[in-house]
Design a protein around this ligand. Sequence first.
Ligand code: ADP
Ligand code: ASP
Ligand code: MG
Length: 414
Amino acid sequence: MSELVVMKFGGTSVADPEKIQRAAERAIAARKKGKRVVVVVSAPGEMTDELIDLAHRVSPNPDSRELDMLMATGEQVGISLFAIACEARGVGATSLTGPQAGILADAKHSKAKIVEIRPRKIHEELKRGNIVTVAGFQGLNPHRDITTLGRGGSDLTAVALAAALGAKHCEIYTDVHGVYTADPRLVPDARLIPRISFDEMLELAGAGAQVMQSRSIEVAKKFDVPIRVAHAFDRHSPGTWIVKEVSSMEDALVTGVALDRNQIKVTIRDVPDKPGMAADVFDMLGKANVNVDMIIQSAARGQSNDISFTVPKDDHENAIKALETVQRRLKTGSIEHTVNVAKVSVVGVGMRSHSGVAGRMFRTLADNSVNIQMIATSEIKISCIVDKADGERAMRCLHKAFGLEKTRRGYAAR
Ligand code: ADP
Ligand code: ASP
Ligand code: MG
């Protein structure tokens, strides 16, 4: 059977009719080479943000099922327009929603996981010779309701489809040339990374490098699906390969830096200092579907501790609601929260075998008068919470301190 390709076009790549036509031409070129083509399409432009905003103008706290139903319509606009553009060029195309494509998800609204893909209808359409456009970011849950897969979730749809359909790799087309040592919009001398391991990409994505959704990388790693990220409209875009391993020759001490401005810092004062308190707090947050990131518990003062942690901005309302219950049940002190923070991180597999990265990071921030509020580390990542106003500057000076603008393996961004 002929080769099957899965291509994903992000929102910026289908933001207007002309871009949709150009993206469609790319899919048609692959089809004309005899390949079977599955295209995952996102909601055009800022449509998802606009839909969320619309819901909040109707209600301050929209129902999660209805919000998913609403958000999913953005991708439906994308797939149908894409198929219309293909048909207009004389090439057969059929659009499928996530449920039609057999994407089955769990019941967690707004951040569902894909549990299974039953791609019968995709195969039928491919057999007819059609390009199949599939709505990203959505699936059908066990109650037969539409759920969405978390912001940036079209990446996850694409990688999961590539795995389920047995594609050799997954092609992600976006508005930059690939994965850079930092967001090229914030750090002008960022360099393109030709190859990066799943582990490093997972940490970079989790640290806020929006170019790939982190859960899509988890799936790529689990099923060993190599990903190529490239510019949607530049056929000569060198792109980045995200793969299982990069040779040790290619290892850098630090591969990239990332900034996440979508975090909120929460502090619960005077949590009683006895076993089980932290478990109760984070159990309740877990049940409220809140993703907790960095956690710090201060040394006990008298009979109590303060616990601080960060949560994504999207989980703000759920977190506060859950914490009000925590406050009543555990008789804690006040709950404080601020949006005025940013997380800056450095990532690199080189940290496994070299010490001194943390010291250099903290020294660089200190030399640039950036105060560190929280620190968290993993084997290959160090993250600091800083004042939001310092975030971009912190990222630029760390990029420079680790010499990323002159990495040998990269290409200049511009
Ligand atoms: P799409 O609409 O194609 O899904 P996104 O906006 O989700 O695109 O992701 C692409 C954006 O990610 C880029 O425009 C860039 O500003 C941002 N970005 C953040 N960090 C990085 C990075 N390390 N490398 C490349 N792009 C990055
Ligand atoms: N449209 C969704 C979002 O904006 C999914 C995606 O673009 O990947 O998050
Ligand atoms: Mg995206």
